[in-house]
Design a protein around this ligand. Structure first.
Ligand code: AMP
Ligand code: GLY
Length: 420
């Protein structure tokens, strides 16, 4: 099989690493990729949000299967364009990708599917939004409706903070994404992420994870794209996962199919768990980053078979082979992240790291310059390891982090603290 993978982050390096191990993969091209991905696959420059350009590239390169990593090409309809051209593709249509691209759409689907989630209001003008906040009181959560690269959610502990967030959103702080806002009841509890494949009809769970969104030790400081993750998530017991499938995931998938927009791809189900009851926080229409890194470390080569079965609508026959293992990934970010940071500093020590089925350093934001690996993003490396216990996985991951010589980067030393 000739495979094209779209994306350039740690998520895509992990996907490429898993796919490459599967003997069914003859050729793997990643667009645009990064310096780490370039060590294991061909990289190609391509405008991945342009469905026509991606379809033409597939034609020229005899691509049999396309895996779409990030949400932006999905929301832009790249999967639709590929399917129209008869190209097998893993990832939802633009209509189904609204489960991530529009928070009010997701809330409306949850209402129709009777899926437990936070109570909410949906507003297109600031005054009505503020009246709702004053009536409900704080804590309360203000969300830009559209895609805002993970930054459009303000968990406001005071009413003033919530009112200010409404002003920010309607004055364009999040661009078009904030032209509409959803205001939600604050949910208390422990968060966990649940990953399922859906082929439009059948649903197959492929793992659980927990991430650390805050930049600082002890889960403090500003939100980031994620500073580390581990799998499985102990809080998401088999019984809770079954409950989430029965009450949230399957009814959502049935509602999408009923509307003529069946969902096909991986669904990232963000849950809040309190008193044995899961409630939906959000859906994402792609793998999490860095959650994907720990899932791929645990699934290995079978990830390709699972994504392929999903794309071909064969999930009812697919099985996941679980090992009783644990994985952890620690994000190494550029000093200053998630605020302003420098690019271009040289990272040393990468060549000496072991690359085995138990430990891999996935690249998230790197490029190659004059034979050196240099930082080119905020989140730069993901040291990822697996073990028979979470502690063993953690020790391996942190040993890798310590072996990397990059004074311009930092990482949290407490990933997994809750579970450990
Ligand atoms: P989202 O992009 O919707 O996942 O929101 C980002 C983060 O904000 C989530 O991972 C939660 O930590 C937090 N969050 C979102 N909605 C709520 C809510 N209704 N109650 C409490 N926390 C929330
Ligand atoms: N790590 C959170 C996300 O990928 O959305």
């Amino acid at each position: 099989m000739n495979i094209l993978l779209l994306g350039s982050g740690g998520r895509e390096h992990a996907l490429a690493w898993a796919v490459k191990q599967n003997p069914k993969c003859d050729r793997l091209i990643v667009a645009p990729g990064n310096a780490g991905i370039a060590q294991i696959a061909e990289c190609a420059a391509l405008d991945i949000e342009n469905g026509g350009a991606v379809a033409a590239f597939c034609d020229e390169n005899a691509i049999d299967f396309v895996i779409i990593g990030p949400e932006a090409p999905l929301a832009a309809g790249v999967a639709d364009r590929l399917r129209d051209a008869g190209i097998l593709c893993f990832g939802p249509s633009a209509a189904a990708a609204r489960l991530e691209a529009s928070k009010s759409f997701t809330k409306e689907i949850c209402d129709a599917a009777h899926a437990p989630t936070a109570g909410y209001g949906h507003f297109t003008d600031a005054e009505a939004a503020k009246a709702y906040i004053r009536a409900e009181g704080a804590p309360i959560v203000v969300k830009a409706d559209g895609l805002a690269a993970g930054k459009g959610v303000i968990v406001a502990m005071t009413e003033d903070e919530a009112l200010a967030a409404v002003d920010d959103m309607f004055s364009g702080a999040f661009g078009g994404a904030g032209a509409e806002v959803v205001i939600e009841e604050f949910m208390d509890g422990e968060e966990a992420s649940f990953f399922v494949l859906c082929d439009g009809e059948d649903v197959l769970p492929i793992g659980t994870a927990q991430d650390h969104k805050r930049v600082g030790e002890g889960d403090t400081g500003p939100n980031t794209g994620g500073m580390g993750a581990y799998s499985p998530a102990p809080v998401l017991t088999d019984a809770l996962a079954e409950k989430a499938l029965a009450e949230i995931v399957r009814p959502t998938m049935a509602e999408m199919a009923k509307r003529g927009t069946p969902y096909q791809g991986v669904l990232y189900v963000g849950l809040m768990i309190q008193d044995g009851q899961p409630r939906l926080v959000e859906y994402n229409v792609r793998f999490g980053d860095p959650e994907c890194q720990v899932l791929m470390m645990r699934l290995g080569a079978q990830a390709l078979d699972l994504m392929h079965a999903c794309a071909e609508g064969r999930l009812s026959d697919a099985r996941v082979n679980w090992a009783a293992d644990h994985a952890m990934t620690v994000v190494i970010a550029a000093n200053g992240y998630p605020g302003a940071y420098e690019k271009g500093s040289v990272i040393k020590g990468l060549d000496d790291l072991a690359e085995t089925s138990f430990e891999m350093c996935f690249h998230a934001g790197t490029s190659e310059k004059d034979g050196c690996i240099v930082a080119s993003g905020g989140r730069v490396l993901n040291v990822t390891a697996r073990g028979t216990s979470l502690r063993e996985a953690r020790d391996r991951a942190y040993a890798m982090a310590e072996a990397i010589d990059w004074p311009d980067g930092f990482y949290r030393s407490d990933i997994g603290w809750r579970a450990l």
